[in-house]
Write a protein that binds this ligand. Structure first.
Ligand code: 5AD
Ligand code: SF4
Length: 453
């Protein structure tokens, strides 16, 4: 008999990857995925702790699930197991147990491979099950072989955790120390993904360019070496990696952007702030000019490289002049895309202790609005530069409109075209007709060789 599994995923791509692995692990136990929490036999919230807002959602979602569970039981449709996974579980496991005693299981990002055991324990009526250890043996060794993503464009976790300890960030505490998978593991997973139909792989890691996994000869490989190895695989057409730290942008990795043809000309390289004083207080360990030089170097090797970033406004002690430095850095670098946030103090992080230097909410809001206006302007400007150009687009799925397909450009833009569905899975040359704020619109270049393929 099949049981229904509902997973709600918050936060980063790593959580999306983890949720898919949880579904794979539970599938041999008879669980199949549902989008409908009301009928679920088991509901998992895969949570994010990065900012306060993200973390608050956990408790409101839990309340909603509790009501759905009651309704299900009252209809005589049996119980619903409720689990909290991910970084809120890791950071606030005990608190969840106390505040929501109806939750059956709480487990962190390093424990989900033990789901079958935890499930057995929970259904035996052992009370609440809590597992927020950082095990010595990495979970990757325990994942079933089938547990892979074979979407056309798919994610592959190569590295996890972070040793950087930026003063605002919970990741080193929730995801733990840096850990890199071996090259053999990654290559075998990549091959299985490609066999299953994947054409574009994004290598995932909280600090992906700090990757240092072991090779077969017992020495460690850099991310650049791993990229070269993966670029040899037949059938793989595109490669990306995220998220990177400026300090780990080695010469070798920058050069890979020139030398590896399947490595896409897009890089998410967060800088967080432009003021040297704030960068130091954030423990980023580089200056604004050092970041600018990295960008110059990358653009020397790959002139069309599109950049994306993350920014925090209103970090404790940020003056108007500091914020101006952030705006100036954005003007200098010119981003194709970016994410920006108001600083949110996270319990247990060093910056949360700077209570006397906190920035008022309205100042943060005003700075965020100014920064986002500039970033949006840059994004639109970037997209407009493509009007009239022809670019290769990996057509991924049908769009909302009749006869429409949606794909991605090498620069991560969403591209909309009118085309029959049989082109899904192909890289088609698209003549861009319009560059909009968040996407491109174009038409298939029917005269091109790639379309005939
Ligand atoms: N407050 C605001 N933004 C944060 N980020 C991480 N921690 C915080 C915080 N405490 C942002 C950073 C990071 C992105 C994933 O989330 O910009 O790069
Ligand atoms: Fe957090 Fe900094 Fe590590 Fe990124 S590099 S995960 S911001 S501690």
């Amino acid at each position: 008999m099949t049981k229904k599994l509902y997973i709600s995923t918050y936060g980063c791509q790593m959580n999306v990857y983890d949720s898919a692995r949880m579904a794979d692990i539970l599938s041999p136990l008879g669980y199949s995925l549902t989008q409908e929490p009301a009928n679920a036999d088991m509901a998992i919230l895969n949570t994010c702790h990065i900012r306060e807002k993200a973390s608050e959602k956990t408790f409101s979602e839990l309340g909603r699930l509790r009501n759905l569970r009651k309704a299900k039981e009252e209809k005589g449709k049996g119980d619903m197991l409720i689990a909290v996974a991910g970084c809120v579980a890791q950071a606030e496991g005990d608190e969840i147990m106390k505040r929501a005693p109806y939750v059956n299981m709480v487990f962190g990002p390093q424990s989900y491979h033990k789901l079958p055991e935890m499930l057995a324990e929970a259904t035996r009526g052992a009370g609440q099950v809590l597992d927020t250890d950082f095990p010595v043996e990495p979970k990757f060794d325990h994942l079933p072989d089938e547990a892979i993503d074979t979407n056309l464009s798919a994610f592959l976790t190569v590295q996890e955790g972070c040793d950087k300890f930026c003063a605002f960030c919970v990741v080193p505490y929730t995801r733990g120390a840096e850990f890199s998978r071996t090259t053999a593991d990654i290559i075998s997973e990549a091959k299985r993904m490609i066999d299953g139909g994947t054409r574009e792989i994004t290598l995932l890691g909280q600090n992906v360019n700090a990757y240092h996994g072991l090779k077969d000869d017992g020495k460690s490989a850099s991310l650049a070496e791993l990229i070269y190895m993966l670029s040899e695989l037949d059938g793989l057409q595109r490669l990306r990696y995220t998220t990177s730290h400026p300090l780990e942008m080695t010469e070798e990795l920058c050069q890979a952007h020139r030398d590896v043809d399947i490595l896409m000309p897009y890089l998410h390289l967060p800088v967080q702030a432009g003021s040297d004083k704030i960068l130091e207080a954030m423990n980023r360990r580089h200056t604004g000019d050092e970041y600018r030089r990295i960008i110059e170097k990358l653009r020397k090797y790959r002139p069309d490289l599109a950049l994306s970033g993350d920014f925090i406004v209103g970090f404790p002690g940020e003056t108007d002049a500091d914020f101006e430095d952030t705006l100036q850095l954005v003007r200098d670098v010119k981003y194709a895309q970016a994410y920006s946030f108001k600083y949110s103090p996270r319990p247990g992080t060093p910056a949360a202790g700077l209570a006397d230097q906190m920035i008022p909410e309205e100042v943060k809001s005003e700075r965020l609005a100014r920064l986002q206006a500039l970033l949006n302007e840059q994004q639109l400007e970037f997209n407009r530069t493509f009007e009239g150009k022809t670019i290769p687009v990996l057509l991924e799925r049908e769009g909302k409109r009749e006869g429409q397909l949606v794909g991605r450009s090498p620069y991560m833009q969403s591209v909309f075209v009118q085309s029959p569905a049989h082109r899904i899975g192909r890289i088609a040359n698209i003549i861009v007709e319009e560059g909009n704020a968040n996407s491109l619109r174009g038409r298939i270049d029917t005269g091109s060789a790639q379309d005939v393929a």
